[in-house]
Design a protein around this ligand. Structure first.
Ligand SMILES: [Fe+2]
Ligand SMILES: [Fe+2]
Length: 565
């Protein structure tokens, strides 16, 4: 199963090639790597830009001379991009090196104008509790960029060969359409170390499949590489980023921390590797920086949550780390972290949702998180803790869409708000019954997109017939040395709009239109799926979320929520 073991598991024999034809051929504007490379060496140009935070001032590059490689100089690797809180003007570029370096730097420019801006990067490190290895990461923060603009960059340090990349900033407000993509539970494309962690070829194939759709950004719904169950966690992370940098160096991959990001022993909640490797929008908390955050892109507010704070399931347990982290017992390490923020995340979330609801510039609220509020699979099941802590807030403040993972299949719900009458399981109540067109002013659409590449997709046998929901309602006795067993029950599932029992791997794309004729805004969602071992990701399911632009978060919505809960 997913939580706790995270191991390879059996590949079930029921996976099949869907048989539909390949990619739809859509591509966004091309900007080839050859073109990026060709910009190096062009004349420097003034770009209105300053850095923010601790990384220090920018410098104009007097001469764009490539530095000669120095024998043995560590090379930048694992390059990836993130949005800041305002995607129209803030971006961070992050990377790692295998040893400490001098003068880690980003050079930035626009495609036709060369790399005229030089930005020093901040170094952040951590030491892996299992192996004692130190990991060096670097983060260059960019602010006051121009909206809806293509930038090119390269990262380097003294003696290194520069590594190129590019990104686009988001449009300002409702000024432009764009696409984003999402999946969770990817793992890595080939074994590392003793091969304890999950891996499949699809964890590799999904990256160019996403890249072909040219999204503005990607939402990664947790369980990134499963380093917490590997005997070689640092190499697992390196494999993960080496695999994903093909896309993540060219567009922000914005993560949510899943239960397998909890590498017990690495910091108080096990998230130190995750926190060190990503540069995410500030959430105002020094203790939990990066664990949850929000950013605005166009008229969408995206909120990333860390559900292990509220989930009942003991999802971070790793027998390997229990047995091999030298300081596990002496440090009192405990992977069961339910309630760890003591309400700080919930308070932040409510403030963020209230601000988004009241903003005249925000039309959509999208939540990216890992564990799910509804599932029809006996894999992990949904978690009652999410229903208790998050769903009332989602109802009150009108969250439109939740993307999640944890369950290793694809499933989506009707808009839900409130609970079924008399339900002591807080079973969400569907507010409409059309699976192809949904009005999210009526409720929140939840999506499970957990087929990123893990080697144990949800087996067909995990789905009940007749169709019902599966819910984790508690855990049994456990300890830091012994995983708490989950207690589950089943429930009616009138919320379930569509599920795919056959296609193990996939991702979703979201085509956002900020303003349609007639005064509506929409997001068209397409699920692309692939068989085990196949690089062909085919469109298998599509639906539209559409809502009126004006008055879409009004008192009538709040009244509906209070009437049904
Ligand atoms: Fe997972
Ligand atoms: Fe998970």
């Amino acid at each position: 199963m997913d939580a706790g073991t995270g191991g390879q598991g059996g590949q079930d024999g029921q996976l099949r090639q869907d048989g539909r034809s390949g990619q739809d051929g859509r591509r966004g504007p091309d900007y080839s790597r050859r073109q990026v490379l060709s910009t190096a060496g062009l004349a420097a140009v003034a770009v209105p830009l300053v850095t923010s935070g601790k990384a220090g001032p920018i410098r104009r590059v007097a001469a764009l001379l490539r530095q000669a490689d120095q024998a043995g100089a560590p090379q930048p690797e694992q390059v990836h991009v993130q949005f800041g809180a305002d995607a129209a003007q803030q971006v961070a570029v992050s990377w790692a090196t295998p040893a400490p370096v001098s003068r880690p730097t980003l050079r930035l420019g626009q495609p036709s104008q060369g790399l005229g801006i030089e930005v020093p990067a901040e170094q952040r490190t951590y030491t892996e509790a299992l192996s004692g290895e130190t990991v060096w990461t670097y983060h260059a923060r960019l602010d006051h960029l121009s909206p809806a603009t293509q930038y090119v960059y390269e990262v380097l340090n003294d003696g290194a060969t520069p590594v190129p990349g590019m990104f686009r900033t988001g449009p300002r407000g409702r000024s432009g359409s764009f696409r984003f993509t999402s999946f969770g539970d990817q793992a890595i494309p080939a074994p590392v170390g003793a091969g304890l962690g999950p891996n499949t070829p699809n964890a590799g194939y999904i990256v160019p499949a996403v890249e072909r759709l040219d999204p503005l950004f990607h939402l990664f719904n947790g369980d990134l590489c499963y380093a917490n169950v590997s005997d070689a966690p640092v190499q697992t992370w390196a494999s993960f980023f080496a695999n994903n940098t093909r896309s993540a160096a060219n567009r922000p991959w914005m993560p949510a921390a899943g239960n397998h990001e909890n590498e017990v022993g690495n910091g108080p909640q096990g998230y130190l590797s995750y926190e060190t490797r990503f540069e995410l929008p500030d959430n105002g908390s020094a203790s939990f920086r990066g664990n949850w955050y929000a950013f605005t892109v166009g008229s969408i507010r995206v909120i990333s949550l860390n559900n292990d704070d509220v989930c009942l399931q003991d999802g971070g347990f790793s027998g390997f780390r229990r047995d091999h982290v030298p300081t596990y017992v002496s440090n009192g390490d405990n992977p069961y972290i339910n309630g760890y923020s003591s309400g700080a995340q919930r308070a932040w979330l409510e403030g963020e949702l209230a601000e988004a609801q009241q903003s005249g510039d925000i039309d959509w609220i999208v939540v990216c998180m890992h564990q799910v509020a509804m599932s029809s699979a006996h894999f992990n099941g949904a978690d009652l803790g999410i229903r208790q802590h998050w769903l009332p807030l989602f109802d009150t403040y009108g969250v439109d869409l939740v993307v999640a993972g944890h369950e290793h299949h694809f499933e989506r719900t009707f808009p839900v708000r409130g609970t079924l009458s008399g339900s002591n399981l807080l079973t969400p109540a569907p507010q409409s019954s059309d699976p192809t067109l949904m009005d999210t002013t009526k409720g929140t659409v939840h999506m499970i997109i957990g087929g990123g590449g893990h080697s144990f997709p949800t087996p067909v046998a995990d789905f009940d017939a007749p169709h019902d929901g599966v819910l984790i309602t508690g855990v049994g006795p456990g300890s830091p040395q012994s995983q708490h067993p989950t207690i589950t029950t089943t429930e009616p599932a009138p919320w379930s709009a569509y599920r795919d029992l056959q296609t193990p791997y996939g991702f979703a794309s979201f085509d956002f239109v900020p303003h349609e004729p007639g005064g509506t805004t929409s997001i068209t969602v397409t699920h692309y799926g692939a068989a085990l071992g196949s690089p062909v990701y085919s469109p298998l399911d599509q639906f539209v979320m559409r809502k009126r632009l004006a008055g879409n978060r009004t008192g009538s919505q709040l009244a509906a929520a209070s009437a049904t809960r």
